[in-house]
Structure formats: C-alpha cells, structure tokens
Design a protein around this ligand. Structure first.
Ligand code: PCP
Length: 398
C-alpha cells in the first residue's frame, strides 16, 4: 500500500500520470494505423507570468529521464537557459522539441509539461530574487514546508539553480550535493524555556561549522533579544534571524535598522541580520535597503507561478501542420550572446546576425536524445547555477 498520494518513478515513466484524452488519442491512432506517423512537436510558452520579462528553463534533466528509452529525438536549450517567450521579431521561442512516431510519446506530454512548467516557474522566481538581491545578499530556501514533501528535492534543486545560496531541506541539499543550511525554530526556544539557554545549547551541541544564527523574535522586542544574543554568544554569534509575526511587524524596515544600530553600537558590526516569513520580491528590495544581509524565503518561491508551457505538433512527416496560434516547421533559436537576444528561424535557414549588434548568433537548441539515447553529458547543478548567474548579469531587467 502506498503511504503518500504520489506517483512512482515507474508510473511517471510509463505515462501513468497522463491525461485520459492522450490515452484515447493513442488508441484511436493505433486503430486507424496512424500512430507510427512521425510528428515533430515543440514546447513554447505563449506568455510568461505577469511582470516577467524572461524565464529560466529548468526541469530538463528529469524530462530527459522521462523520454530516455523511447524511440524519440529530443532537442532543447541547456538547462538554466534564460529565455523569453517571444524573440526580437515577436515569434514564439521553442525551448524544447520532440520528434518521433507520435504514438511513441503521445501520453508523455502531460508528465513532460509538469516537469518543465513547475521547475521552470520555481527557478525563474528564484532567479528574479537573485537579480533583485544582487551578489551580496544571502538567499536561503526555506520553502519546502509549503509544498508536498515528495517534490521537495525538485523544488530545492530548482531554487538553487535559480541562484539561491543554500537550501534547508535534507533531501534538497542531497540532490544538489551540498550541506543543508538553517538556523533554529521557535520550537527550540519554547522547549528550552529561554532564548539564552536555547542559543547557548545550540552553540554547545551543534557542530562548529554550522553558523550560530540566533532567532530573536520569540518573546521580547527584536532589538532587546539581539543584544541578549550578542552578549550571550559574543563573537561566536554569526547572525540573528527575525521571523517576526505579522501582528508585530509594523514598520519592519525600522525594526531591522534598530537591531543594526544596537548591535553596531555595542561593537557587533560583523553580526549578520537575517529575516524570514512572507518574504517576496517587494519585501526583499525594501529590507535589503534597510540593511538585511540574508533572507529565508519560502512560499513566494516554492509555490511560485508555473511557466505556461505547451507542446504543439508543428510538422508531420515533413509537412507543416501547426494549429492556429502556433508556427509551422522545424526551427532553431539563435542567441546573440552579447545582447542576450534571440531570433527564431526555420532549421533550413543560415545562421543569422544579431539585428542589434551585428554579431553572428549561436544556436540554442541542441540534440539531447537521439532515438531514445541520451547523447549529451549533462552538467552538474553548480554548472547550471553558474550559467544562470552569468546570464542574469547580462540582462538589464526583470
Ligand atoms: C517560518 C519558517 C519558514 C519561513 C517562516 C518561511 O517561520 O521559519 O522557514 O516562510 P514563508 O513561507 O512565509 O516565506 P515559522 O513558521 O515561525 O517557523 P519556525 O519557528 O520553525 O521558524
């Protein structure tokens, strides 16, 4: 008996999570002898979430695992590629393509889209926060408690790829090959019955390489508890965390400034200030200006908008067949690395020059699977994250 309401690897791989209308479509095509028709389909986003100028393509590694072993060919942008839904001419940008006997991959559309839509949504939300925070601020993923635990590894992987510095979950840290990072919950202070006893117990019991970050909003005013923490741990105190309840937040920027002042006035200039609880893009910008050094972000990224990808057949047996709203034919996406701008061209056309700077552009869609076999060495999660951060430096807007 299954404990949790989640699909197994096998179920996902075999199309067991697909939509019924794909199962029926496959049966009809088989009955009519059409299931072996070679269809070329592409993944595009008709639009991005409101206010998003770009997205981060994420989830490719899992999508390749889904298609591996099926008689299909898959081309895609590298995982972590920053993409826009439309190119400089307004044409939709394909981020991935699948080609093969349609009956071979018909039922995999649903799981494939699920893998790309959610991971890309989370990675994009994380990357937007990284862009807003710049390189100085510490961004910690505290959000898996808001989502089904079965997908916490995927969530934390996407958040790390988006540019966050660390994740709090054991399973998320394992999948990115890092140590989990965290401070202390209110529960520790409540159980110890005293803030000072709890902070000291943490310092006494927990391994020395775990930063000593004292939670300072449990019972008294934050600035009082900040001074108590500094005086009780001295130079062992790495930081303080404010997770102030909404009912007490008032002008949270002012509270942060007061904590900074009281710590500095007593010589604790090195002590970092972390905040968590309801942190979204707006709060991140405001609190960064107030002097916050690090953020524990939860819901606003772990439960981020998905990217509205769709898969559409645009060619069958070499004949262009796109439905209304989609563009027929096999395409390549060309990127100007200098301007981080794209042009979509038919695959038969010559490499274009960037309309903006005249640079020769580079193809983004690469072959990942040929006839069911993965033909690329996939990058490490750190290589993907570095690729994202490099691109974020090149683009000038959110
Ligand atoms: C929460 C916990 C999470 C934060 C807030 C995420 O605080 O610290 O990491 O919040 P968000 O989803 O609003 O961004 P508490 O619920 O007070 O939990 P704890 O005492 O365990 O820190």
């Amino acid at each position: 008996m299954r404990l949790f309401h989640v699909a197994s690897d096998e179920e996902i791989k075999n199309g067991g999570t697909t939509d019924i209308y794909f199962v029926r479509t496959k049966r009809i095509l088989e009955a009519k002898g059409l299931a072996s028709k070679r269809a070329y389909a592409e993944v595009t986003a008709s639009n991005l979430p409101k206010g998003y100028g770009w997205g981060v393509f994420c989830g490719l590694e899992e999508a390749l695992r889904l298609f591996e072993g099926y008689r299909v060919n898959v081309r895609a942008m590298a995982e972590g590629t920053v993409f826009r839904s439309h190119d400089q001419m307004g044409f939709k940008v394909p981020v991935m393509t699948v080609e093969g006997p349609y009956g071979e991959y018909c039922v995999l559309e649903t799981p494939m889209l699920g893998l790309l839509c959610e991971a890309s949504g989370i990675a994009t939300a994380a990357a937007r926060m990284r862009k807003l925070a710049g390189g100085e601020k510490t961004l910690l993923s505290f959000g898996i408690r808001r989502m089904h635990p079965a997908i916490s590894p995927m969530i934390d992987r996407a958040i790390y790829i988006g540019g966050f510095d660390a994740v709090s979950s054991l399973s998320g840290a394992k999948i990115i090959g890092k140590d989990p990072v965290g401070t202390m919950p209110h529960a520790l202070i409540i159980l110890m019955g005293s803030q000072v006893e709890a902070w000291k117990a943490f310092d006494e019991v927990i391994e020395k390489d775990a930063p000593r970050v004292a939670l300072i909003d449990t019972y008294y005013d934050e600035k009082i508890e900040a001074v108590m923490a500094a005086e009780s741990l001295g130079d062992k105190l790495y930081g303080v965390r404010l997770d102030t309840p909404g009912s007490r937040r008032g002008d949270f920027k002012e509270i942060v400034r007061e904590v900074r002042w009281e710590l500095d006035a007593r010589g604790f200039k090195e002590v970092k200030i972390f905040v968590s609880g309801g942190i979204d893009e707006e709060a991140l910008v405001e609190l960064s200006e107030a002097g916050v050094d690090g953020f524990g972000v939860g819901t606003s990224i772990s439960n981020a908008h998905t990217i509205d990808f769709a898969l559409d057949i645009v060619e069958i047996e070499g004949r262009m067949v796109a439905k209304r709203g989609k563009l027929g034919g096999r395409k390549q996406v060309w990127r100007c690395r200098r301007c981080v701008q794209d042009l979509v061209k038919l695959i038969t056309e010559d490499p274009p020059k960037c309309p903006k700077c005249g640079e020769l552009m580079n193809p983004l869609l690469k072959e990942y699977i040929i006839d069911g076999e993965v033909v690329q060495n996939l990058p490490t999660v750190d290589e993907i994250r570095n690729y994202v951060i490099e691109q974020l430096k090149m683009i000038d807007s959110l």
